[in-house]
Design a protein around this ligand. Structure first.
Ligand code: C2E
Ligand code: MG
Ligand code: MG
Ligand code: MG
Length: 279
């Protein structure tokens, strides 16, 4: 159970590496059981269009509520799911669930329905079956590939090789490819030539100090400029204040995401927001 996981975390401080390895193994087992028991949920954070804040897309973010325990952050369990390879099964569930919700929004709200963004980890890109899986999920839910974007990190494709090959196959299906946390990885502009990217998600760290730091502004402007020049979409991540949102619009950003606009929400709340937007 999650309580046992928590207890082991506490032991790590006293018993050293063995306890840490044990914690890792316990967490991995709890994740597998959690998937079988339906303990995972998706929440959706709007990606809005500036300046009015209309919902352009939503990003699916996974949540784990272990039976009887406190919720566990994806920052804690995604790395373990990656290391154990369990992310492949969890990722398939995430993709299927997100596409099912997106298809339902499209049935209910038509053209007002948001596009969907789904995070795909480095480990998933090493699975040669991923493009086939994505294709069959889209067909099963009757979702157009152009409505779906997969978020990957620079680091995942930096080395080239099989991961880059997979990204090309995914792009060939017609889905969008976003570089997540852009600017924080092995940020190589060469990547923008070799990897078929459609969107740059400019990392929160570049957005945080927008007001008051000319250097920060110069970087934010350059990144949106690179996107515009290459015909890519730029999305500003982690926008927390009205001032940041206003400034981003002035600096040429058309898309933004962050607590200032909306927190990640359950699917039903996205429905409600879409209904209230048209009324
Ligand atoms: P990410 O893909 O870059 O997602 C953005 C994270 O920033 C989310 O955290 C979101 O809740 C948070 N965030 C959004 N707006 C703000 C803001 O204004 N201020 C602050 N402080 N934070 C904001 P979350 O949901 O905890 O996810 C953390 C990371 O875990 C994600 O970063 C992603 O790398 C990974 N992750 C989450 N869900 C999935 C998933 O379904 N699959 C995979 N492979 N990874 C996931
Ligand atoms: Mg993301
Ligand atoms: Mg991100
Ligand atoms: Mg991030």
């Amino acid at each position: 159970s999650a309580q046992r996981v928590g207890a082991n975390r506490h032991q790590r401080h006293t018993a050293g590496l063995d306890a840490s390895a044990q914690h890792h193994a316990d967490l991995a087992a709890a994740l597998r059981r959690g998937l079988a028991r339906g303990e995972f949920r998706l929440v959706y954070q709007p990606i809005v269009e500036l300046p009015l804040g209309g919902m352009h897309a939503v990003e699916a973010l996974v949540r784990w509520h272990p039976d009887g325990g406190a919720p566990v952050s994806p920052a804690e369990f995604i790395p373990v799911a990656e290391q154990t390879g369990m992310i492949v099964d969890l990722g398939a569930w995430i993709l299927d669930t997100a596409c099912a919700d997106a298809a339902a929004w499209q049935r209910r709200h038509g053209t007002a329905a948001p596009r969907i963004s789904v995070n795909v980890s480095a480990r998933q890109l090493l699975d040669p079956e991923l493009p086939g899986l994505v294709g069959s999920v889209l067909r099963r839910h009757g979702l157009e590939p152009g409505r779906v974007t997969l978020e990957i990190t620079e680091t995942a494709v930096f080395a080239g090789g099989p991961a880059l090959h997979t990204v090309r196959a995914l792009r060939a299906l017609g889905v969008g490819i976003a570089l997540d946390d852009f600017g924080t990885g092995h940020s190589s502009l060469t990547l923008l030539r070799t990897c078929p990217v459609t969107t740059l998600k400019v990392d929160k760290s570049f957005i945080d100090e927008l007001n008051g730091s000319p250097e920060q502004e110069a970087i934010a402007v350059s990144l949106s400029g690179i996107a515009a020049t290459l015909g890519l979409r730029a999305v500003a991540e982690g926008v927390e204040t009205r001032d940041q949102a206003d400034r981003l619009h002035v600096l040429g950003y058309r898309f933004a995401q962050g607590y200032h606009f909306a927190r990640p929400l359950p699917a039903g709340d996205i429905d409600a927001a879409l209904l209230s937007a048209v009324s």
